[in-house]
Design a binder for this molecule. Structure first.
Ligand SMILES: Cc1cc2nc3c(=O)[nH]c(=O)nc-3n(C[C@H](O)[C@H](O)[C@H](O)COP(=O)(O)O)c2cc1C
Length: 273
């Protein structure tokens, strides 16, 4: 029995690149790892933005309301599917706000908590450190917004319009070739990025894993919200990271793209067209 188990877990010695194994091993928590004190954590949090301020870009307020959702929760979860054909239709500012707020918006302030001073968000976060940032590309399908790239500020419930213009061609070249056509067929493309220092200063290498976990939480919030609003949603890992980092003007080392979600209002309830 043990022999069989060992066979199942045997390392594949033919693999060309084992760096994932090294990463996994070095990101394990050890009993003798020294944790920072609460004071040290709080002091470092004071040095870090809870969300990038983009002070040179005046905030564009988002609505305070949420789009009504009257579907049963179990139906929403069970009907989520990756559509394979897309027809971009317009989405409203209220739908955009619903997606961003349920993805990673602020839900509760935290003023009286001595250990975690950041307001809580719709997604869970290791240590309440919120290492992620959300950006999106509007290729002309969000009513009331100019074409271009925007940053979402959870604390202001607002957008920063950081790059006006049409970037559809540039984005299609940033997707792996088999899905380059996607860029022009989406109503909205959301970028989930991480500022790793916000997590790794406390959790070291495991903090990097936490950033990835958290991106999954945010992406699932986007999946379920889009499905609830009757939109198709696709999770995207097949992109050239450095091209997306360039597009968003991220350094790619301390702050980098992790994951993307494409939304398409033309795909009813996420079903294939
Ligand atoms: C981490 C991750 C990355 C993915 N990347 C892509 C992608 O780049 N392109 C794509 O067409 N689908 C992508 N998908 C979607 C999967 O292909 C899809 O979820 C899977 O086939 C299961 O089908 P379902 O979503 O309809 O249940 C990705 C899914 C995940 C979870």
């Amino acid at each position: 029995m043990l022999d069989t188990l060992w066979k199942n877990t045997e390392l594949d010695t033919d693999s060309a690149d084992m760096s994932w194994e090294q990463f996994h091993e070095s990101s394990k928590t050890g009993r003798y790892d020294v944790a920072l004190t609460s004071e040290q954590v709080l002091a470092e949090m004071e040095n870090l933005y809870e969300s990038l301020p983009y002070n040179n870009f005046p905030p564009i307020p988002l609505p305070n309301t949420l789009s009504p959702i009257d579907r049963k929760f179990s139906d929403i979860v069970l009907s989520r599917v990756t559509p394979r054909e897309f027809k971009p239709e317009h989405i409203s500012l209220e739908q955009l706000r619903t997606i961003l707020h349920l993805a990673y918006g602020e839900t509760r302030d935290n003023k009286n908590n001595p250990y975690v001073r950041r307001p809580f968000r719709s997604a869970p976060s290791g240590g309440g450190l919120y290492p992620l940032e959300l950006y999106f590309y509007n290729g002309g399908h969000v009513k009331g917004l100019e074409e271009g790239i925007y940053h979402f500020s959870p604390s202001l419930n607002a957008l920063h319009f950081i790059k006006p213009g049409n970037y559809t061609k540039q984005i299609s070249k940033a997707f792996v070739e088999f899905q380059s056509h996607l860029a022009e067929n989406l109503s909205l493309l959301i970028f989930i990025t991480a500022i790793f220092q916000r997590s790794v200063f406390k959790y070291r290498n495991k903090g990097y894993r936490f950033c990835l976990f958290e991106a999954g939480h945010v992406a699932q919030n986007i999946n379920l919200t889009a499905t609830a609003l009757g939109m198709g949603v696709i999770n995207l890992g097949g992109f050239y990271d450095r091209k997306i980092d360039n597009l968003l003007e991220l350094d790619g080392l301390h702050h980098s793209i992790l994951y993307m979600n494409g939304l398409c209002a033309g795909s009813k309830n996420g079903e294939q067209l």
